[in-house]
Design a binder for this molecule. Structure first.
Ligand SMILES: NC(=O)C1=CN([C@@H]2O[C@H](COP(=O)(O)OP(=O)(O)OC[C@H]3O[C@@H](n4cnc5c(N)ncnc54)[C@H](O)[C@@H]3O)[C@@H](O)[C@H]2O)C=CC1
Ligand SMILES: O=C1O[C@H](COP(=O)(O)O)[C@@H](O)[C@H](O)[C@H]1O
Length: 264
């Protein structure tokens, strides 16, 4: 990829997983409303390529978007109990601003950080906790209608709809990644749901790398590791993106320690 990639929310957990994994493979333009400490920025990124800006600020986003090849849009309020005014502004208006600026700058590709909470109400009392277990074959595959678990989930489902619109109306390639539960060296501890939808840092970086390189039009995929417990299918991500995860929460105890005693 000859032109830079714009990464919003670069200073956050997902942004740092991406930069630590594939930071040396692209020219980056980093945007976050908080200034990034130098240890959070890959060596080659110049000061001019670091934007301290809010994703709802069209002018600032448009400036950051100039000449980029693709966008990984992560910035937003990730709290599952975030109030409506925050998700409306940061997640919905912010995502619309990203797409508007992408159209204006002729950027052809946006990867959007959606969430498991866009579909959290498929986890009904009848299905849980069985669906979190490896002997259960219930799967969501990305073709289902959203069933958000909270207003944050509503904002993520809305982001997916914005992606659908900007793809259909303007032809932008859009992939919405319904991210599970991101942690680095072990899955969430003593948490069946979290272990079912674990996304390790290295699988996260690899998945967004595939989002930048693969050919697609509009896609919704699940962003989890290859967990035995999974209730999200990763087949679409494998097929369309070439996603090939390396981690599996089954390689850890329920308490989150490596089965083989290696701290990995
Ligand atoms: N961490 C996880 O397990 C999951 C994360 N996600 C999504 O992935 C994205 C990133 O999440 P995390 O890295 O965990 O969150 P985080 O809170 O660690 O990082 C978010 C970053 O975005 C920035 N930000 C927030 N609002 C902004 C705004 N209006 N303008 C500019 N920058 C802004 C923050 O300063 C922060 O650096 C979010 O959209 C979240 O909803 C989705 C599912 C699971
Ligand atoms: O979308 C998100 O999901 C993860 C996992 O959800 P949880 O309800 O199992 O905690 C959450 O940790 C993260 O903050 C959120 O952005």
């Amino acid at each position: 990829m000859s032109k830079p990639v714009l990464l919003t929310g670069a200073g956050g957990r997902v942004g740092q997983a991406v930069l630590r994994g594939i930071g040396s493979e692209y020219d980056w333009r980093l945007l976050d409303r908080e200034p990034l400490a130098s240890d959070r920025v890959p060596d080659r990124v110049s000061a001019a390529d670091r934007y301290v800006a809010d994703v709802t600020d069209f002018e600032a986003v448009r400036e950051a978007m100039e000449g980029v090849e693709a966008v990984i849009h992560l910035a937003g309020d990730p709290r599952t109990d975030a109030p409506w005014d925050s998700v409306l502004r940061n997640n919905i208006d912010g995502t619309r601003t990203i797409f508007e600026a992408a159209v204006d700058a002729d950027v052809e590709r946006v990867a959007f950080a959606s969430s498991n909470h866009a579909v959290g109400h498929y986890e009904t009392d009848e299905r849980t906790p069985g669906m979190y277990r490896s002997d259960d074959d219930y799967r969501l595959d990305g073709t289902e209608f959203p069933r958000p678990s909270n207003l944050y989930g509503v904002s993520k489902a809305t982001g997916e709809l914005l992606g659908r619109f900007y793809h259909d109306e303007y032809g932008i390639d859009v992939v919405c990644v319904r991210i599970g539960n991101l942690t680095r060296s072990h899955p969430p501890r003593e948490y069946e749901r979290g272990q079912a939808m674990w996304l390790s840092h290295r699988d996260c970086a690899h998945l967004f790398d595939r989002c930048l390189r693969a050919d697609y039009g509009f896609e919704i995929v699940y962003g989890i590791s290859d967990n035995d417990r999974k209730y999200y299918s990763i087949e679409r991500a494998r097929e369309v993106l070439g996603y090939d995860p390396r981690d599996n929460s089954a390689e850890y105890t329920f308490e989150g320690d490596p089965m083989d005693g290696d701290d990995g």
